[in-house]
Write a protein that binds this ligand. Structure first.
Ligand SMILES: Cc1cc2nc3c(=O)[nH]c(=O)nc-3n(C[C@H](O)[C@H](O)[C@H](O)COP(=O)(O)OP(=O)(O)OC[C@H]3O[C@@H](n4cnc5c(N)ncnc54)[C@H](O)[C@@H]3O)c2cc1C
Length: 251
């Protein structure tokens, strides 16, 4: 029998580090990619494609007694070169971290913390579905880069064809885009109807979902309605419409 154990790791070396901006690149009008240099990698580990860092905002008012910070995916990193890239989905109601990302210029520094842990999904499933909105694109990109040979279908909602990126890295990668306006980014309809129209592939698969919380919840239900096992699904609300710094885990 194939070993399909999900591995959970704690990273004891997780701590704050300083990154320096080396390049800012607009991948699309709505997706800003920032490359940072870092020369302090001691104890750094990121084993899961959906790991997250905390990005701290210097000088921002504290929130609930804690420094202002938000979760972002280390989309790519290279310890040898001392580089890390983080991609920021720009949106209409920017909070402290989106505002910080837009304001950064080459040479500026930011503080990050983590990742404090990783959840590593085995690469031995027959197929994978990766479903999400703009905030899921960095993790989906990392997963496609890491697994060029796996059978992966990604279902992604963006605001229009100008936001579509060239993500596939292998012949068995298929990217399915759907469009909805920013004002409907908490409306599950576009992604749910895309998922409802699909048939689960043959064999044993794993489904990963990350989007606005209400969208994630509806997508999780749509996938489970296809009799996909709950143990082979991870669904996270990466943000919540109308609320700052709000994430949710649906299991
Ligand atoms: C594990 C994890 C990994 C993540 N990785 C990434 C990543 O790599 N790149 C990325 O861009 N995001 C990522 N996110 C999502 C990101 O943390 C949130 O979108 C965050 O709220 C943005 O912070 P902010 O300072 O702009 O806004 P906040 O102060 O948190 O919110 C301000 C307002 O903006 C709204 N809002 C927040 N995000 C969005 C959005 N995307 N679209 C529309 N409205 C929004 C909120 O509802 C609120 O009304 C990740 C989240 C998690 C939990």
């Amino acid at each position: 029998m194939t070993d399909r154990q999900i591995v959970r790791m704690r990273h004891e070396g997780a701590r704050r580090r300083t990154l320096t901006v080396t390049e800012k690149r607009q991948l699309t009008p709505g997706m800003l990619s920032i490359r940072f240099s870092c020369h302090d990698w001691d104890g750094f580990a990121s084993a899961g494609a959906d790991d997250h860092l905390k990005i701290f905002v210097p000088g921002a008012p504290s929130e609930g007694g804690k420094p202002a910070m938000r979760d972002y995916t280390p989309r790519a990193f290279d310890v040898e070169k001392g580089e890390m890239s983080i991609d920021f989905a720009l949106h209409d109601n920017p909070g402290p971290v989106t505002a910080l990302a837009v304001s950064l210029t080459v040479g500026d520094t930011v503080e990050i913390g983590g990742p404090r842990g990783s959840v590593v999904i085995p690469d031995s499933y027959d197929w994978y579905w990766l479903i999400g909105d703009e905030t899921a694109i960095p993790s989906i990109t990392r997963r496609l880069n890491e697994w060029p040979g796996q059978k992966i279908d990604a279902y992604i909602a963006v605001t229009g064809s100008g936001e579509e990126l060239s993500l596939a890295k292998g012949e068995s990668h298929c990217i399915h885009w759907t469009h909805r306006p920013t004002s409907a980014s908490a409306n599950p309809a576009a992604l749910v109807s895309l998922i409802e129209a699909q048939t689960l592939p043959e064999g044993d698969g794993y489904v990963w979902i990350a989007a606005e919380a209400a969208v994630t919840k509806a997508l999780r239900e749509a996938v489970l309605a296809k009799s996909h096992p709950q143990t082979q699904l991870k669904a996270s609300g990466y943000w919540t419409w109308g609320l700052s710094d709000q994430t949710e885990k649906f299991g």
